[in-house]
Design a protein around this ligand. Structure first.
Ligand SMILES: [Zn+2]
Length: 212
């Protein structure tokens, strides 16, 4: 518990009956004394979007209105390195941010966009190219402190865990190393700077393909 936080039971001190009360009470019935701004915020559902030049309303818990958030997303997307369709690495998984779906190939993605492009257009199509990642082995130290582990597992390194746990850990790490090495298991993730797919090149590909 935060040392500043008082311990209060609902049986006695949780509330008090007041008379002659003066001050701001929000629409939800909370009393804010002299804090007009806080009371107004508490009672509100929306506020003006603080972005310069924007006169729309934002849900009060959001930093800005929906339109501005969408624009920011698009800005961040366009700032990423871009690949054209023919530059997509073999086997890479594609993640379409706008529909929150992964696609195993550019063909699957184009097929999906066949209807999407009629109903939505292309303006919010944001596709990222997933990067292969591996499962991380677990070090005994991970149980005690957060430590980067480089993958080579040596039982008993400095940390004393109960033997059954150590045995299970060795089995688990061997399974992880095997899965990483045998090539049957592949996993893709979008990392911070994972490239985007150039939208014009995607549009061209999808249109050519969907004509057929
Ligand atoms: Zn706005």
């Amino acid at each position: 518990m935060d040392p500043e936080e008082k311990f209060v039971l609902d049986e006695n001190d949780g509330a008090q009956y007041m008379t002659n009360l003066k001050g701001w009470v929000s629409r939800t019935g909370r009393y804010f004394g002299d804090h007009e701004e806080r009371a107004r915020y508490d009672g509100a559902t929306h506020r003006r979007c603080p972005n310069e030049g924007c006169d729309r309303l934002a849900l009060k818990h959001w930093l800005m209105c929906e339109k501005c958030r969408e624009e920011k997303k698009q800005e961040r997307f366009l700032a990423l390195p871009a690949l054209t369709v023919d530059q997509i690495p073999d086997g890479a998984m594609l993640y379409a941010e706008n529909v929150d779906l992964w696609f195993a190939s550019i063909d699957d993605l184009a097929e999906h966009l066949r209807d999407y492009e009629d109903t939505h257009g292309w303006h919010d199509v944001r596709v990222r190219i997933g990067e292969p990642v591996q499962a991380k082995t677990i070090s005994p130290e991970d149980f005690l402190i957060s430590a980067e582990f480089d993958g080579a597992f040596e039982p008993g390194e400095g940390v004393d865990l109960p033997q059954p746990v150590m045995d299970a850990l060795i089995t688990l790490n061997n399974a992880i190393v095997n899965a990483n090495q045998n090539g049957d298991w592949k996993c893709y993730e979008i990392l911070n700077n994972s490239p985007r797919l150039d939208v014009d090149s995607l549009r061209q590909f999808a249109q050519n393909r969907n004509k057929k």
